[in-house]
Design a protein around this ligand. Structure first.
Ligand code: ADP
Ligand code: MG
Length: 586
């Protein structure tokens, strides 16, 4: 390697020099302003900080030609407008201590400076307190290019601010080269605005991309309505409200989508901490911990949760884009998130139709779902959804299901009190009931599961490596009602099975079950419980009397996770009343 290539070492020997201002500006801009969506983010946050209720975003050429954000916030006083684009100029904090009581999204005073350094910016603002005094043009307008003011003027407008950003990165060719096509950049902006729209449901958002409306919300203040507006789906039936708090360190509110809304990406997992959208590894993992095993592998729920903490227990100043935060009582919040997600998904039935979810390519406005009828339907169903009309929990619904008939000797058809139809997979339902019973008694540890003596003991032959593991576990098997002893060599004699309905069926599966009991895995006990439940559960093909159907439904109503079998497959299918109304066109 030639010495000239050892640039790293050479650099260290370069004398320290202050960077020229224009260079410094571009470096900082490179951190926060990476792409058009970063511009939109900063401008929208400024509008929110200014108390705006109506925020319009306009995009052209993927945001490289033009980004314009118009708000009806409190505006910027005339004598301050020239200074907003100076670096480290902010109205939001005065001293470091202010960070501990932050109630705004911005606080670094860098965004406008960073944007202005790499584009042409036109600022128009009228402060809310400005008197018109018969002035025809009460708003000041400034044009900056590369951070320098190149033009001043006046305009007519109501209070609020409009920031227009043109020719983004015109002076940073290296950055321009990294831009993907307009479609990709549009997609990022759509995703971003969806997040703000669900984060601030009382603000009206409107996004226009190349003169087509790509997203619009009414600012109703109701998150469920905002979600319906964004996804063009009658979502209210698929959302479970969340409202938990420890009364001191956290409050968590929002919605968690039904199992059927699960998506193959984390994009629809949206978390806000004190109004700030965050990407937090520990919080994300807490959620995943909660839905692991309850959703198919690789699937993530749709959820929007607002986490509120005392401002002093949150540090937002850990990353330039402010999407990472540190929580003082993280372990409390983590535990609450895991618990909350699990509780919802364990009870959430599947819906009959796969929900066709608009993906990120919604940015391509030509593909926007827009037929009138759909819009109308959503408006109606969203109208029907109001906080306070909380629907009864799944357990309560199942407890009141009225069995109507058995289909294919496998599925119980049942009517819900609200007129909806539930389909219950009898095998999986019974499997879930048995599994939870075994887990409670066995894992509870206090008492052993009752044993049912087999008329004829069964001999199973194990492989050599299995035999020793199995021998070590014989006491635990006894606790499960499986009386088993070594019978010389690699043979084992099984004398009993866990007592309970369906236990006669187990005799035929003891070889398989002994194999599970000898698994070289830390999860062998849970696997064995699942195996026992599965092998003793009612089969499909078994006719059930009306009484047996009722008994099974009652038993299902009392378990903690009635909607999923221990393998993670759905137990319940739900045809809601609205579904019937919609499909029959009543
Ligand atoms: P920060 O938001 O961190 O303070 P910015 O560079 O984003 O820094 O904005 C600088 C200042 O300009 C803000 O502190 C605020 O006083 C003012 N400002 C920017 N955008 C708006 C707006 N849309 N409405 C009212 N004031 C604004
Ligand atoms: Mg800002």
């Amino acid at each position: 390697m030639s010495s000239s290539m050892l640039s790293g070492t050479e650099l260290q020997r370069t004398p320290l020099l202050a960077l020229p201002q224009e260079v410094a500006e571009r470096i900082a801009a490179g951190e926060v302003i990476e792409r058009p969506a970063s511009v939109v983010k900063e401008l929208v946050e400024n509008a929110l900080d200014a108390g705006a209720r109506d925020i319009r975003v306009e995009l052209r050429g993927g945001g490289l030609h033009l980004v314009r954000v118009t708000d009806d916030g409190y505006g910027i006083p005339e004598d301050e407008l020239e200074r907003v684009s100076q670096r480290h100029t902010t109205s939001k904090i005065r001293a470091v201590e202010d960070l501990g009581r932050l109630h705004t999204l911005g606080f670094r005073g860098e965004a406008l400076a960073s944007i202005a350094a790499v584009s042409e910016v036109v600022l128009v603002s009228r402060a809310i307190e400005t008197e018109t005094d018969g002035q025809e043009h009460p708003a000041l307008q400034l044009t900056l290019r590369g951070g320098e003011i190149i033009q001043r003027g006046r305009r007519a407008r109501l209070h609020g601010t409009t920031v227009t950003v043109r020719d983004l990165f015109y002076n940073v060719p290296a950055r321009l080269k990294f831009m993907r096509g307009a479609r990709t950049e549009n997609g990022h902006v759509v995703q971003l605005l969806r997040r703000y729209a669900v984060g601030y449901p009382s603000v009206r958002f409107n996004l226009t991309i190349d003169e087509h409306t790509a997203l619009q919300t009414g600012g109703s203040g109701d998150l469920a309505v905002a979600l319906a507006e964004l996804y063009h789906l009658p979502l209210h039936e698929m959302l479970h409200p969340v409202d938990v708090s420890d009364g001191a360190h956290y409050a968590i509110r929002g919605y968690i989508g039904n199992r059927v809304l699960a998506q193959g990406t984390r994009q629809y997992v949206t978390l806000f901490v004190n109004g700030r959208w965050v990407q937090s590894k520990p919080l994300q993992e807490a959620l995943e911990q909660g839905y692991r095993g309850l959703l198919p592998k690789g699937k993530h729920p749709l959820l929007v949760l607002y986490i509120d903490l005392p401002p002093g227990e949150l540090d937002a100043n850990v990353h330039p884009t402010k999407t990472e935060v540190q929580l003082e009582h993280e372990e409390l919040v983590v535990a609450a998130l895991t618990q909350t997600v699990r509780a919802v998904l364990e009870r959430s039935p599947a819906l009959p139709e796969a929900v066709d979810f608009p993906g990120p390519m919604l940015a391509n406005q030509r593909r926007l779902p827009g037929p009138r009828r759909r819009g109308l339907h959503i408006a109606e169903s969203a109208e029907g959804y109001r906080a306070g009309q909380a629907s009864p929990g799944t357990a309560e619904i199942i407890a009141h299901l009225r069995p109507l008939a058995q289909l294919q000797q496998a599925v119980i058809l049942a009517e819900a009190p609200d007129g909806g139809l539930y389909l219950v997979d009898q095998h999986r339902a019974h499997e879930r009931v048995i599994y939870e019973h075994l887990r409670r008694t066995y894992a509870g540890g206090a008492e052993a599961v009752d044993a049912h003596l087999l008329l004829e003991p069964v001999i199973v032959e194990m492989k050599r490596y299995q035999a020793d593991l199995l021998e070590q576990r014989l006491p635990m098997l006894r606790g499960l009602g499986l009386e088993c002893e070594r019978f010389g060599g690699r043979s084992f004699l099984i004398r009993s099975v866990p007592a309970g309905e369906g236990n006669e069926q187990l005799a035929a599966h003891l070889h398989e079950l002994a194999g599970i009991a000898a698994e070289d895995s830390p999860d062998w006990e849970d696997h064995l419980l699942i195996g026992l439940a599965c092998r003793s559960a009612l089969r499909r093909g078994r006719e059930l009397s009306a009484g047996e159907q009722t008994t099974l439904l009652k038993a299902l109503a009392s378990v903690s996770a009635p909607a999923v079998c221990p393998h993670g497959s759905p137990v319940l299918l739900h045809y809601s009343r609205t579904f019937l109304i919609d499909k029959f066109d009543w």
